[in-house]
Design a protein. Sequence first.
Length: 156
Amino acid sequence: MLVLGLLFLYSILNPSGNPMSRSQIQNRIRRDKKNYLREKCRVPEEHNKKGRMKELHQQIREIPGKPKINTGSLKSRAGIDYIEKDKIIRRWKEYTEDLYKKDPNTSIDFQEKTYRQKPLVMKCEVRKVLQEITGNKTTGIDELPIELIKAAGEAQ
């Protein structure tokens, strides 16, 4: 449908005034599409070359355009297809209410335990983690490199 619309526009906007054949119009459409995509990709490629990853990913997200609206349907309990948005929302509401309704025939037995303090971290757990962690990691909020932490752990 879009191609037919573009064919019509090219036949109207032909600068030379001579009628164009279908293949000429399609070639022009292909060329214009290629130029459009090349221009769309030029900015992200520049960001990639300069190492601007944040801007690169933002540009990539903008390329596809607006997301498509879901035009699906949902079946009711009786098997009727709902297409209207408000009916679909009502059906989802019914479904979730049914899902979370408490069944009077079931009983849940549990004992609540209260802890006065958190369990302590054992030294052997810390040693094990320090041995397993690899080097060359970025520093955390304390700005201490992992190599320094490992060296302090080995010194003790």
